[in-house]
Each structure stands twice: as C-alpha cells, then as structure tokens.
Design a protein around this ligand. Structure first.
Ligand code: NDP
Ligand code: 8X3
Length: 255
C-alpha cells in the first residue's frame, strides 16, 4: 500500500462502509465510495475536509447488477483505476422471523446482495489486480456465518458462504501475491443494519440497549490495520465481537 493506492468500498453510504471510506481518506489514500443512494454519496463527499475531495470518487452502484458493474469498472477515471483494496462490505439482513414465516423474496435478496453481489464485484476487480500484481480483497462476513440463532435463517447462510468463498479465493490466489481476508464482526451499533432488517426504527434501537456494541469505527480500524500490514502477511479470517457478546451452547426445547 502507498498513498496512491485506491480503495474501493461497496456499501459506503452508511454504517461500516462509510466509516471505512472515511478512515482510508483521512490516512491519505484514494477511495472509490459506492452504494445505491446517491444523496448519501453526496453527503459523504460534503462531510469530509475539502483537502480530501480529490482523493474521493463516488459512484452509484448496485452490487446485484453485474452489467452495471461492468460499465462502472470501465468508467472509472484513470487516476482511480488502480484498485489496490476492494472491500466487499455491501450487505443486508432481512427479517428475524422463524423460517416458516419468512418471505422467500427477502431470502433471494440476501443471496443476491451478500453472495452474488460480492462475487460480481470480485470477478470485476480481480483481473486488474492480477495484471498489476497487487491487491487485497476484504469480504465482510459475520459471526452469524458461524453461530446460528433463531431468525438468522438465510442471513447466516450467506455469511457462511462469505467465509468459505474467501478461503477458497485465498487458496486459489496464493501464488499471485494477492491477499484475501474475511472479516467477521459480531454486533455493531450505529449502522442501519437493524433498521433495514426489522423495518422498524424503535425495534431496531432496542436491539442495542444495554450493550456496548462494536462501532463502525472499530471495524474501519480493523480493516485498516489488516490492509496496512506488511505485504507478506495475510489475515485469513478475523472474528471480532464486543466484550458483552459471546457464544451460547445448543438449546434444548423440552416437551
Ligand atoms: P448498513 O445498513 O448501515 O449498511 C449497509 C450498506 O450496504 C449500505 O451502504 C447500503 O447502501 C449497502 N447496500 C445494500 N444493498 C446494496 C446493493 N444491492 N448494492 C449496493 N450497496 C448495497 O449496515 P452495516 O454497515 O451494519 O453492514 C455492512 C456489512 O456488515 C454488511 O455486509 C453486514 O451484513 C455486515 N455486518 C453487520 C453487522 C452489524 O451488526 N451491523 C455485524 C456483522 C456484519 P445503499 O442502500 O445506499 O445501497
Ligand atoms: C450481524 C451480526 O449477530 O446480528 O451480522 O447477525 S448478527
């Protein structure tokens, strides 16, 4: 990594993605910030110090649309083309109901975004990284990919995919010098994750009551750290939880 390195962040309009973009910008790196909501991309642009404006390129992008992604990649301005770090952060959970009450279309949307979106972005950016012989792909997974909980349903399954996909990608790229990392956080407050999942802001707020959860800045710090380690060091998988979150043993439902 050097100060001309370009960091492409998906889902930079909110939460962790926005914090990651802000962090790399503050450290002097160039950032391509993407997401579907253009007003949020504009707000990111206006929120950073003026002397960082030249370091930021914003682009509306839906990670589920592989045709749009192809057009986006070819339209990136020359001074932002050399993407060194791709942070596949865009993702969402929808619903927390038991499986028999869940909406099939919401399951499809999680698969399209968390799995196919991540694959769309990776395959679009990878050839350039191979050509330039440097690159680092971060995939944002979740503890939900390892520890099941009621209502996680397809969300946890998509994150289990992210974990294994990262491991397979890492293995496949081991002889290229490229780095691949799966970052798997637990509960993070101060993002729109629960608002999107529950479609109810009051319920979303209650999720974090009494818990000092991780913050988007904690995750930005984690990814910044892993990205700036010496080039021969690869963080394969990193599971991060707030101290107040832990594991629970299998549950019994007695008759
Ligand atoms: P937010 O809801 O705050 O942010 C999600 C981001 O994803 C938004 O910027 C949103 O942008 C973007 N996004 C969603 N769908 C698409 C799409 N189709 N195309 C492009 N961008 C999309 O949530 P978080 O910051 O909390 O979540 C970020 C990642 O972290 C997710 O992958 C999530 O699963 C993961 N995670 C979150 C945890 C938490 O507790 N919050 C814990 C563990 C992992 P827009 O709507 O503008 O497109
Ligand atoms: C988000 C963390 O535990 O709410 O991935 O599923 S959790």
């Amino acid at each position: 990594m050097n100060r001309d390195s370009v960091v492409l962040v998906t889902g930079a309009t909110a939460g962790i993605g926005r914090a990651i973009a802000t962090r790399f910008l503050a450290e002097g790196y160039k950032v391509i910030a993407t997401g579907r909501r253009t007003e949020r991309l504009d707000s990111l642009y206006h929120s950073i110090p003026q002397d960082q404006h030249d370091q930021l390129y914003i682009a509306q992008l839906d990670v589920t649309d592989h045709v749009e992604i192809g057009n986006f990649i070819s339209s990136i301005p020359a001074d932002f083309k050399n993407i060194h770090v791709l942070v596949n952060n865009a993702g969402l959970a929808l619903g927390l109901e038991p499986a028999y009450k869940a909406e099939l279309l919401e399951w499809f949307q999680m698969i399209d975004t968390n799995i196919k979106g991540l694959m769309n972005m990776t395959t679009a950016v990878l050839p350039g990284m191979i050509e330039r012989q440097h690159g680092h792909i971060f995939n944002v997974g979740s503890v939900a990919g390892t520890y099941p909980y009621p209502g996680s349903n397809v969300y946890g399954s998509t994150k289990a995919f992210v974990h294994q996909y990262t491991a397979d990608l890492r293995t496949s790229l081991a002889n290229t010098g490229l780095r691949v990392s799966s970052i798997e956080p637990g509960m993070i407050s101060g993002t729109e994750f629960s608002n999107v999942r529950l479609k109810d802001d009051d319920r979303a707020k209650k999720v974090y009551e009494g818990i000092e959860a991780l913050t988007p800045d904690d995750m930005a710090e984690t990814i910044f750290w892993a990205a700036t380690l010496p080039a021969h060091v690869n963080v394969n998988t990193l599971e991060v939880m707030p101290v107040q979150q832990a594991f629970s043993s299998p549950t019994f439902y007695r008759k």
